[in-house]
Design a protein around this ligand. Structure first.
Ligand SMILES: *Cc1c(COP(=O)(O)O)cnc(C)c1O
Length: 388
């Protein structure tokens, strides 16, 4: 099919040509005297994206899932109790990983469509007077439901209960696209990956840990090897890595960081908010509902619920086969009940309108009772009136 297959899924996202070109490089010796000139500034600049001055950034040749594991196994000890609120497929998977790695995972089920309940969290932490809970695992942006949780609020709840637990945040689909402030929010472990807000292929786990968390790694007795932060710390100090780095990922990251920092993080967040808001207006104009409930809507992905007599999978397959665009499916509980529109990464008003028009055509083809042009019109109106 002529033209591009546009990715309107929440990861992997469209890779800008500048980044593709930057990654197209001959291999080089990662033990050479010039390699530190590449790695050291990357680790410094990553800290700007995480918004940390006191923490330390890390790059693993891995994905976001490994980031979850790095946090759990480097900072905690075998069998430690961790607390997690589960409200979608990604918080579910992190909880399951905790169990499989032998941690005592306290899971609180929340409605899919809502995020972390701050009042309940504060009450639970206050009750834990012996401080048995060693870490709170917070999914900042639940990609399965299009829900963003209030991490500043999580920190407030932890402080209000004077609880010393570590705060680990899954920011795989929020960092570099939604407001994230590691130092200000007292985040001890921030987890991200290359293929969402960073606009790159998968293959880079980008992480940052607080001084408090890194101190705990010194005494943690959890067995680990490939994902050991200590080996990274030792080697990164002189600008090297403990094993062969994924070189194209590093060159791609150099370009991605340059692009993000040139645009300015505040502008990146504002752009994602505008793209998301236009999408939400289109969804409302179609008379459809988002999975996210009031106050929880995500600026990187919108999960759209279809009426009971419809199957969201038909919308996705029609959009792909007839219009050459990729939409996200409903995961687990939402299978067939929702489709997801990703608005994260290298996107602008016009590419977003392409997504909205493509979804609209697929909805019409699938017999949805919507008016042709209604969603596009709502989005156009919003984008025009808010364009700078
Ligand atoms: C994509 C995603 C992950 C998983 O990342 P992988 O890179 O696929 O391992 C974890 N958490 C969230 C919130 C995500 O969106």
């Amino acid at each position: 099919m002529a033209g591009r297959n546009h990715l309107y899924i929440p990861g992997p996202t469209n890779v800008p040509n500048e980044i593709l070109n930057a990654m197209h490089i001959p291999m080089e010796d990662h033990r050479s005297p010039v390699f530190p000139k590449l790695l050291t500034p990357l680790l410094q600049d990553l800290k700007k994206i995480f918004r940390t001055e006191t923490g330390q950034a890390f790059i693993f040749p891995a994905t976001g899932t490994a980031g979850w594991e790095v946090a759990l196994t480097n900072v905690l000890n075998p069998g430690d109790k961790v607390l997690i609120y589960r409200f979608g497929q990604f918080s579910h998977l992190w909880a399951e990983m905790g169990k499989r790695l032998g941690f005592d995972v306290e899971i609180h089920q929340e409605t899919w469509g809502k995020g972390i309940p701050l009042d309940k969290l504060e009450a639970r932490l206050k009750e834990d007077t012996n401080h048995e809970i060693k870490a709170v695992l917070a999914t900042h942006n639940e990609t399965a439901t299009g829900v963003t949780s209030d991490i500043a609020g999580v920190r407030k709840a932890m402080d209000a209960s004077n609880h010393p637990a570590f705060l680990f945040v899954d920011g795989v689909s929020s960092i570099a696209s939604i407001d994230f402030r590691m130092d200000e929010w007292g985040v001890d472990g921030a987890i991200s990956g290359s293929q969402k807000g960073f606009m790159m292929p998968a293959g880079g786990a980008f992480l940052a840990f607080s001084a408090k968390a890194l101190k705990a790694t010194e005494t943690s007795t959890y067995p680990r090897c490939f994902l050991d932060l200590k080996d990274q710390i030792t080697n990164n100090a002189s600008g090297y890595t403990p094993y062969t780095p994924a070189l194209p990922i590093l060159y791609g990251l150099r370009k991605a960081l340059d692009m993000l920092l040139e645009e300015g993080l505040e502008n990146v967040y504002a752009r994602h908010h505008r793209l998301a808001e236009g999408t939400r207006r289109a969804v409302a104009a179609w008379g459809l509902k988002t999975c996210a409930q009031e106050g929880f809507a995500s600026d990187t992905v919108t999960a759209v619920i279809v009426p009971e007599d419809k199957d969201a999978r038909d919308v996705i397959s029609t959009a792909f086969s007839k219009y050459n665009i990729s939409l996200g499916g409903g995961l687990s509980e939402l299978m067939g009940k929702a489709f997801r529109i990703g608005h994260v990464g290298d996107m602008n008003d016009v590419s977003m309108l392409g997504a909205i028009a493509g979804v609209e055509m697929a909805l019409l083809d699938c017999g949805f009772a919507i008016k042709a042009g209604s969603g596009v019109a709502a989005a156009i109106e919003y984008y025009r009136s808010t364009a700078k």
